[in-house]
Write a protein that binds this ligand. Structure first.
Ligand SMILES: [Mg+2]
Length: 202
């Protein structure tokens, strides 16, 4: 598993006053899941099971949402698409390659499947210039997001990159954010998801 590094040089020289949490997918970038990964997986599940693609999509989404809302399921498993796909395949009584989601993710780390939104980098650089810490906050697991962050060359923009793997929580738990809320005077979150990026962070 890949681990993200702190930019310790900056942590030592700046006053920790303001952090801006930046969501990744559909906020500053387009990831590969909707454009390529899900369609590829859903087609394969559909062909093997003879269940329609739209029903497969609904079954997978239901599994993902029910895991996120189930306190008895580890947060990491809620967002582990490989585990979800294996669970669905078993329910449908079909076989699918172990780790197929990650394999597909790695196959599409290039345009047009992924892209940084126009001006995103310039805006983020301007926030850094103004003295804010930028911390990436994504609900995607590190194994899926690390190749994306590397391919887009955006790792060095952020002081830290928080995923569910970092502390073992999803964005609906304050512990997802580590000690950033307590060690900064001001916290702002920029995101596109009403529950994850607005309601839970308050
Ligand atoms: Mg998002």
């Amino acid at each position: 598993m890949q681990h993200f590094q702190y930019r310790s040089r900056i942590l030592m020289t700046k006053n920790l006053s303001s952090v801006v949490f930046i969501d990744l997918d559909d906020t500053i970038l387009e990831g590969p899941f909707e454009s390529f990964v899900f369609p590829t997986i859903f087609n394969e599940l559909s062909e093997k099971s003879k269940v329609s693609v739209s029903d497969i999509r609904r079954i997978v989404a239901t599994e993902n949402f029910s895991r996120q809302g189930n306190p008895n399921i580890a947060p990491l498993l809620a967002m582990d698409w490989d585990d979800i796909v294996q669970t669905i395949a078993a329910k449908l009584d079909i076989q699918i390659d172990q780790g197929i989601v990650l394999k597909i993710v790695k196959r599409c780390m290039r345009p047009p499947f992924i892209k940084l939104f126009v001006n995103a980098q310039a805006v983020l650089n301007e926030l850094i210039k103004q003295g804010h810490y930028l911390v990436a906050v994504t609900k995607g697991l590190s194994k899926y997001q690390a190749p994306l962050i590397k391919a887009l060359g955006i790792q060095s923009i952020f002081t830290e990159i928080l995923t569910p793997d970092t502390y073992g929580f999803l964005k609906n738990d304050i512990r997802f954010y580590g000690n950033w809320p307590s060690k900064t005077d001001s916290q702002i979150i920029v995101g596109d998801h009403f529950m994850d990026d607005v309601v839970y962070p308050k």
